[in-house]
Ligand binder design. Structure first.
Ligand code: UGA
Length: 419
């Protein structure tokens, strides 16, 4: 927002995080973010605070807090959205616009708008979901694929549209498509998009299961069906499946919400999407056992990658970390490496062994497993690694390696959905 020319005050209850940001450091790994932060702080248009009253003078208030999955349920934990909203309300004035960015169960905006009507008359709520991907957050924010405004009917809605148009003037001038709609649709757009993406991944992973039993090749299959632009090749990469802080919890919260709305049958297919996805992790462990002659006991396994995807240090519901933990639980001696996610991985699973250098991780390994396709792992030279490992066995959990290159260098290569 500061880059787009606005004056921005960012508030959070996490003092440590605010201190880090105010010092110009990004609290997580995201390509391009440190540079953008430094640039924006230098303009004087961006400031950080833990004091909610510091936002009182703003015209537009974005609510961006997380909606993680509840501990023992599929539903989303709404405490952070509700708390942010309640804290903000005393500082609103007639004409203020509150824009919801958080991914929420449909119906939340309607509930919050009613609350706003009681506690801050004259302020207007809009729902303005975001679609950024981790690893591409800066690009996706400055050049989004589309913009969605969910607004109330009438004059309040028209005024809010005009204000958002001003906020996003530069983005809209770039030709970004804009969809103006009601609250319910705007909230659904976000979860529908993530559910579709998750379904696409699980579809190709289901095909991978069939490829495994028929001897077919899922990569060639994805290429061939992807040439049909009604299908498209994107998000058809078979492998360990999806993780992270969005897709898994969003499809679960969506199912939970559909149940609450009395439409429980509508989304039962997402249960299948979820189980195909988790099955891939189990299959990966089975493949490892097969490669190691039927037993994981005391076998040395090097795991390349801990984050849920490359270019992120996020380990929330990381398929890689999950598989590494399972292998260890089943008796293997596992060493995990990752270019940026080691600190987060260690905090999440302190029992695994972590090393910073790839060479150290694969030294004397009986099996090497690529579980997150960071560029530096994809570019590894199998000839060089051949001399350090104890057994030349590689499992490609992301169908990202050059199979021929590894086989030519004397490795046994296996992947999910390919022979
Ligand atoms: C996802 C959506 O892509 C964003 O549009 C959305 O804004 C975001 O969630 C959100 O809800 O905030 P993200 O979680 O950053 O973004 O990650 P994705 O790029 O969607 O990848 C999710 C997972 O799917 C990763 O574990 C990735 O490895 C896996 N994946 C992706 C595959 O297994 N195969 C593919 O072909 C693509």
């Amino acid at each position: 927002m500061a880059k787009l020319g606005h004056e921005v005050v960012a508030v959070d209850v996490d003092h440590e995080r605010i201190a880090v940001l105010a010092a110009g450091r990004a609290p997580f790994f995201e390509p391009g973010l440190p540079e953008l932060l430094t640039e924006s702080l230098a303009t004087g248009r961006l400031s950080f605070t833990t004091e909610i009253q510091d936002v009182a003078g703003a015209d537009v208030h974005f609510i961006c807090v997380g909606t993680p999955q509840l501990e023992a349920e599929f539903a989303a934990d709404m405490r952070f959205v509700d708390a942010a909203f309640e804290d903000l309300m005393p500082h609103l004035r007639p004409g203020s616009v509150v824009a919801g960015k958080s991914t929420v169960p449909v119906g939340t905006a309607e509930r919050l708008a009613a609350r706003l009507g009681e506690a801050a008359p004259g302020a207007t709520l809009v729902w303005n979901p975001e679609f950024l991907r981790e690893g591409f957050a800066v690009k996706d924010t400055l050049h989004p694929s589309r913009m969605v405004y969910g607004v109330p009917e009438g004059d309040d809605g028209a005024r809010a549209i005009a204000i958002l148009d001003e906020v996003y003037a530069a983005t809209l001038a770039d030709g970004t498509p804009l969809v103006v709609t009601d609250y319910a649709t705007a909230q659904l757009v976000k979860v529908a998009a993530n559910s579709f993406l998750a379904t696409k991944i699980s579809f190709i992973n289901a095909m991978a299961e069939l490829c495994e039993v028929t001897g077919a090749d899922v990569k060639a299959l994805a290429d061939a069906i992807g040439h049909d632009d009604r299908i498209g090749r994107k998000f058809l990469n078979a492998g360990l499946g999806f993780g992270g802080g969005c897709l898994p919890k969003d499809i679960r919260a969506f199912m939970a919400r559909a149940g609450e709305l009395g439409a429980d049958q509508t989304l039962t297919f997402l249960r299948e999407v979820d189980s195909i996805n988790t099955r891939r992790r189990v299959r990966m462990v089975t493949l490892a056992r097969e490669e190691l002659d039927g037993s994981l006991d005391d076998k040395r396994i090097a795991v390349l990658g801990a984050s849920f995807k490359p270019n992120s240090d996020d380990v929330r519901d990381s398929p890689a970390l999950d598989v590494a933990s399972q292998l260890q639980l089943q008796g293997a001696v596992v060493t995990v490496t990752d270019p940026h996610a080691l600190a987060n991985a260690k905090a999440k699973n302190p029992l695994l062994t972590y090393v910073a250098r790839t060479e150290e991780a694969v030294a004397d390994a009986d099996l090497v497993m690529l579980l997150t396709e960071w560029d530096e792992y994809v570019a590894l030279d199998p000839r060089k690694l051949a001399g350090i490992v104890s057994g030349r066995r590689i499992l490609d959990g992301r169908n990202a390696l050059d199979r021929a290159k590894w086989r030519d260098a004397g490795w046994s290569y296996r992947a999910l959905g390919r022979h």
